[in-house]
Design a protein around this ligand. Structure first.
Ligand SMILES: Cc1ncc(COP(=O)(O)O)c(C=O)c1O
Length: 424
């Protein structure tokens, strides 16, 4: 067991988010944790710590005090069993979007009434689950038609997903998205469910990820309330999806993605919108990234250094292709160990795969970084495990820090597992 004692490092909650004191705190916290691990575990590895995650849960609860809110864990954002168990032990529920995620949630001990099933085209798999009491948001008229009988038999609590007219800039296209239903479809879905004796209780929308401003939720709530009035539908649960943005992450132009987002403003918006939903019992939220991004780090080792004119390539044993797909559109803080003090040189940090795409970060780093040094890519807790690949290499190990000790919860993939999964 690792002897790190990060409990000493949590003046965390007193440090204002985004301050330079917070940057120092993050640096100190992660280096204290990572440095001893580099002697015990081979790189690359994913490292998750419960402490920043707990701090997020407390911050969310504080910001939304007094509001009837339930947070559903977004399984896809971080499919990590130890974290799911901690979340479940807090009495919190989970949101799943696939057959495997539903099986995993049941295996992790979530009772069916603490599981919310979202996602498209689930009529192709959900019918085979015999569990009573699930919460299910229908995404299309085909789903409604195919699952309405099962919904009644198994006493599901059902909802309808509305295609919102506003979307996050990061998700906006010049065409509507594939999720949810239009207003005429919603009307038909309501009629069909009511004819079958089922009253949908959940109104759901999801605006995308890295939502730039809480005002987008305000616009979506106003639009959704107008639709409900038009259809004479009075949902008891208004599910605003996920999408809160990550504090320390920048887009590729160098702008903080969360610079205009305020949780206090979000709370005010929910408070104001209560009056628009006369039957409202609870708001449901499905945020993943905001909670878990700061709880993860990717640790890689420098294998080679290649100067190329005014820039320099630092080739590492881990990177975007294998471990950090989101680095394609996000810029994260990179720490190095041991401390090197030379002049900063423009550096392209790459992974080991034979793809020019495999760029983890572009960042000024001290000129005397050398093979054998370690780099720590922060805010790696969201979407990296769900998106990792086996491109020329096996999966990296995963380490879990429960606040006191660190243990390996998934070993590195062996060659036999990597190659041996094929049938002869
Ligand atoms: C329906 C739904 N809910 C919640 C989430 C979680 O979003 P985030 O991790 O950005 O909070 C997603 C992400 O795609 C989603 O599709």
């Amino acid at each position: 067991m690792n002897q790190v004692d990060p409990s000493r490092s949590t003046a965390r909650r007193r440090i204002p988010a985004g301050s330079s004191a917070e940057s120092k705190w993050r640096r100190h916290f992660w280096l204290r944790l990572v440095v001893p691990l580099t002697k015990r575990f081979a790189t690359p590895f994913h490292l998750f710590s419960l402490l920043p995650f707990q701090a997020r849960c407390e911050a969310a609860d504080r910001a939304l005090t007094g509001l009837p809110v339930r947070h559903w864990w977004s399984a896809k954002t971080l499919p990590l069993p130890t974290l799911w168990q901690w979340w479940r032990d807090q009495g919190r529920p989970i949101e799943v979007v696939s057959e495997f995620e539903l099986q995993a949630a049941l295996a992790a001990g979530f009772p069916p009434d603490s599981i919310l099933v979202n996602g498209p085209a689930k009529h192709h798999w959900l019918d085979s689950f015999p569990h009573s009491g699930l919460n299910v948001n229908f995404d299309s008229l085909h789903e409604v038609a195919a699952l309405v009988r099962r919904a009644r038999q198994q006493r599901w609590r059902v909802g309808l997903r509305l295609t919102p007219t506003v979307m996050a800039r990061s998700n906006a296209r010049d065409r509507p998205g594939q999720f949810g239903m239009t207003v005429p479809e919603l009307k038909t879905a309501l009629q069909r469910l009511r004819r079958a004796g089922l009253e949908p209780e959940i109104l759901h929308f999801h605006l995308g990820t890295q939502i730039e401003s809480a005002n987008l939720y305000a616009a979506a709530l106003t639009g959704a309330a107008a639709v409900c009035r038009q259809l004479q539908w009075f949902p008891r649960f208004v599910d605003c999806g996920g999408g809160w943005p990550t504090d320390h992450v920048k887009d590729l132009t160098g702008r903080h993605v969360a610079h205009r987002f305020s949780l206090t403003e979000f709370a005010r918006i929910l408070q104001r919108a209560r009056a628009e939903f006369p039957a409202l019992k609870e708001y449901w939220l499905e945020n993943g990234r905001w909670f878990c991004a700061p709880a993860g780090a990717l640790v890689v080792r420098v294998l080679d250094v290649k100067p190329r004119g005014r820039i320099r390539y630092v080739i590492c044993d881990g990177g975007r292709t294998l471990h950090a797909m989101i680095s394609a559109w996000e810029t994260h803080t990179v720490l190095s160990h041991p401390a090197r003090r030379g002049r900063a040189v423009s550096t392209v940090i790459t992974g080991p795969t034979c793809m020019t795409f495999d760029v983890l970060a572009e960042s000024p780093l001290p000129e005397n970084i050398r093979p054998g040094d370690f780099l720590v890519w922060l805010d790696a807790g969201a979407y990296n495990l769900s998106w990792e690949t086996r491109f020329s290499h096996g999966f990296a190990p995963v380490l879990w820090h429960d606040g006191r000790t660190v243990r390996e919860i998934r070993p590195a993939e062996t060659f036999d597992a990597w190659w041996g999964r094929w049938r002869a």
